[in-house]
Design a protein around this ligand. Sequence first.
Ligand SMILES: Nc1ncnc2c1ncn2[C@@H]1O[C@H](COP(=O)(O)OP(=O)(O)OP(=O)(O)O)[C@@H](O)[C@H]1O
Length: 246
Amino acid sequence: MESKRVQDAVVEVRHLVQKFGKRVVLDDVSFTIGRGEILGLLGPSGSGKTTLVKTIAAVGEYVGGEVLVLGRKMPDYGTIARIGYMAQADALYHDLTGYDNLVFFAELFGVKGAKRKQRIGELLELVQLSEHAKRPVQTYSGGMKRRLSLAVALLHEPEILILDEPTVGIDPVLRKDFWREFLRLKEQGVSILITTHVMDEAEQCDRLGLIREGKLIALGTPARLKEETGTATIEEAFLRYGGVQA
Ligand SMILES: Nc1ncnc2c1ncn2[C@@H]1O[C@H](COP(=O)(O)OP(=O)(O)OP(=O)(O)O)[C@@H](O)[C@H]1O
C-alpha cells in the first residue's frame, strides 16, 4: 500500500530542513502526497505550515533534504506552472479590477483566447464575484480577496493545488462551496495540500499531517489519528500527540 502511494506520489518531501538564521523552522519533515489526494496540515500558529507549503510551491529555498514535485526537484520553474498556489497574503494587484487581475494571471499562465474568457467566467461564478468583477480590488473585503486569490490559483487548471488557509474570512455557506469544488477537483485527480485551523475541514482531508515546532508529529487518515489516540475529535487527537491547540 505504502509503496503504491510512493509510486503515485506527485509530491515527495524527503528529510526537509529549513532554517531562518540559526533557527530550525522545519526539522526533518518527510511525507508524500498521492494523485487525487487531499492532505491537510494542522498545527499551531508559527509551527511551520506556511514555510512548508511555500517550499513545496517553490517560493522558498531550503537548506536540507529535498522536495520533488511530479518527479522534479524543486525549485523547478517548469513545474511551477503545474501548481496552483494560494498564499496566505494575497498576491493581487489592488489597483486593477478583479476581472483584470484574472486576465493578467491568465496571460502569465498562458491561458488565452476563448478559453480564457470562459475560464474567467466560470471561476468568477464559483467564487461568487461575478457582480464585483469590474470593481478595483482595493475596494474588496478580505474575504473577497481570498475568493479572488482562489480563482487565480485555479485559472490554469493545475494538477497540484497548494492552499494556505484558503477559507479564512469566508462565510460558512461559501466555505462549503469551496470544499465541494476541492472534492470535485480531487475526483479529477488533482492533488491538494491545504493548511487549516478549522476542524471540520480537517475531517474532510484524506490524510492529515500534524505539525509542531517544525516537526511532523503525526500523519494519517483522520479516522486513524483518532483511533490511535482513542479520541473522538481531531482536536483531541492532536493534543494527545503532544500538539497544542491548533
Ligand atoms: N522569512 C522569515 N524569516 C525569519 N523567520 C521566519 C520567516 N518566515 C517565517 N519565519 C518563522 O518561522 C516560523 C514558522 O512560521 P510559519 O509562517 O511557517 O508558521 P505557520 O505554522 O504557518 O503559522 P500560522 O498558522 O500563524 O500561519 C515562525 O516562528 C516564524 O516566525
